[in-house]
Write a protein that binds this ligand. Structure first.
Ligand code: 13P
Length: 252
């Protein structure tokens, strides 16, 4: 099994420029010796160039954008293109976060186009999926998340799919302090891996890093990461404190 262990911090719309750079420097100092896993920071747009520069000499630390547009350039006020991200050496792009789906009406079709755009320029998508509380309570969560994956990713070739990182983030666990139990996370991750194996192959499924996101904290990280199909975490709130984020990375 060669899949990568990854801890990624999604800063969302937090931290002014100075505080963000301070955080990135602290994480770099603490995590620079990590060798068996990747640590990714996804700051807001204003930090991207500085954070990418700061991490450029590390083999284990990477910079991600939180979103991108599906076109190369044009009259799309307020947007960032993948060629722009590439020009400052951003490596990953988070796509399909539930906040983007909910507040910015990002559909599976739009995400499919963004996935293609990210891959076309040689960057890697961190593709988010996850169900609402109502869907979880109805017991349909595995089908729902499988559909999200199929709709935006299953047009890819096996080679292209191999570049995608998946992040399972149940909406009811995001920013709520409520976490999926290790068993709930494992159940979903195993079901996604099975889905990927049936679409592509066992090898493709075994190589795919599937991260868990939703109130990951230093206190619950080890239990989540010890599950066989949980390959790391996508961390929101706790990624804003270097100490907590590094503890989570160390828990892996
Ligand atoms: P929290 O860790 O704050 O719950 O956020 C998770 C998340 O949305 C990461 O993308």
């Amino acid at each position: 099994m060669t899949r990568k262990k990854i801890v990624a911090g999604n800063w969302k719309m937090n931290l002014d420029y100075q505080s963000g750079i301070k955080l990135a420097k602290k994480v770099r100092a603490a995590a620079s010796s990590a060798s068996d896993k990747l640590v990714i920071m996804a700051p807001p747009a204003i930090h991207l160039k500085s954070v990418a520069d700061l991490l450029s000499d590390s083999k284990y630390l990477y910079c991600a954008a939180q979103n991108c547009h599906s076109e190369d350039s044009g009259a799309y006020t307020g947007e960032l293109s993948v060629p722009m991200l590439k020009s400052i050496k951003v490596d990953y792009v988070i796509l399909g976060h539930s906040e983007r789906r909910a507040y910015f009406a990002e559909s599976s079709e739009m995400l499919k186009a963004k996935v293609d755009q990210v891959l076309a320029h040689g960057l890697k998508p961190i593709f988010c999926c996850g169900e609402s509380l109502a869907i979880r309570q109805s017991g349909m969560q595995n089908d729902y998340v499988a559909n999200q994956i199929a709709q935006s990713l299953f047009h890819l070739s096996a080679k292209e799919f191999g570049k995608v990182v998946i992040a399972y983030e149940p909406i009811w666990a995001i920013g709520t302090g409520e976490t999926a139990s290790p068993e709930q996370a494992q159940n979903m991750h195993a079901s996604l891996r099975k889905l990927i194996a049936s679409k592509y192959s066992k090898a493709v499924a075994e190589n795919c890093s599937i991260l868990y996101g939703g109130s990951v904290k230093p206190q619950n990280a080890s239990a989540l990461f010890s599950q066989p199909d949980v390959d790391g975490g996508l961390v929101g709130g706790a990624s804003l404190k270097a100490e907590d984020f590094c503890k989570i990375a160390d828990a892996m």
